[in-house]
Design a protein around this ligand. Structure first.
Ligand code: ARG
Length: 277
């Protein structure tokens, strides 16, 4: 055999080896996240429906159902996958473990991609940006103007949320953590709490639905960058599913439909919703 022939033989063998190792690798880490959902025919999304306009219950044609901005986006993802959507409602604090424990395929709950959460799950690209405010009773609209004014107050926040850490780290209040935002806002009206830390979009929703009951205090809270971006949470191994989710989000953003879905969820709320409950 001539020297150059020998050489190309070796190169060819090398290529075959590299290719087969590559293929074997693919087999092992095979990601069937999309196929699994398509085989089931259902995309199961976990949420905490205490968060209008992102997710809230309504009664439509006598039937209770969960809807909202996140759910309208979830419907688009289900459609892209060619499957039905199932919404599974639970308290916010159990959503990440439900996702990791395969009880749901995605979490869509106005969830921001904090650093500790990123260690546990993967996040899609962001579809909404938020900041935090202090929701108070209308008659006390001018009570909390500075952080010092929060001293001795009872301030509520939802368990395991960024609001809980902001309330604890930034105010001088006694922080009351509870499972549902809707219980906190009810307690605020009853006078059991003096304020509730919520995201601006949620506060606006309360102000719009109950203009004579709630107000946003003047005190300014800081929202760290890692707590501003709302995304879909996906299991870390589910790369193909994450890809699909990102594609749907990009498409909705580029076409301007994303903004319309938020408006649509607000229209649904005023038509069928028991306001923010
Ligand atoms: N954005 C906040 C967080 O990720 C609160 C989300 C609460 N969501 C809800 N559906 N209650 O921690």
């Amino acid at each position: 055999m001539k020297k150059w022939m020998k050489k190309s033989w070796l190169v060819a063998m090398g290529l075959v080896m590299v290719l087969s190792i590559g293929l074997a690798g693919c087999g092992k880490s095979s990601d069937n996240s999309v196929k699994k959902i398509q085989d089931k025919g259902t995309l199961t999304v976990g949420t905490s429906a205490d968060y209008a306009p992102f997710e809230f219950p309504i009664v439509k044609n006598g039937k209770k159902q969960i809807t909202g901005f996140d759910i309208l986006i979830a419907q688009k993802i289900a459609k892209n996958l060619g499957v039905k959507l199932k919404v599974q409602n639970t308290e916010f604090s159990s959503l990440i473990s439900d996702l990791k424990g395969n009880k749901v395929d995605l979490v869509m709950a106005g969830m921001v991609s904090t650093t500790p959460r990123k260690k546990q799950v993967a996040f899609s690209k962001s579809y909404y940006t938020v900041k935090n405010v202090l929701l108070v009773r209308k008659d006390e609209a001018n009570k909390f103007n500075t952080i010092a004014d929060t001293k001795g107050a009872q301030i509520g926040a939802q368990q395991t949320t960024t609001q809980e850490s902001i309330a604890k780290d930034q105010t001088k209040a006694n922080v009351v953590s509870e499972g549902l935002v809707t219980s906190l806002t009810t307690e605020l009206l009853k006078g059991k709490l003096d304020g509730v830390v919520v995201e601006n979009e949620i506060a606006d929703n309360y102000l719009k639905n109950y203009p004579d009951k709630y107000a946003v205090a003047k005190v300014s809270l800081t929202t760290p960058k890692s707590q501003r971006y709302i995304n879909v949470a996906v299991r870390k191994g589910d790369k193909k599913l994450l890809n699909r989710v990102n594609k749907v989000i990009t498409k909705l953003q580029k076409s301007g439909e994303m903004n319309k879905l938020l408006q649509k969820s607000q229209e649904i709320q005023s038509k069928y919703g028991d306001s923010t409950k």
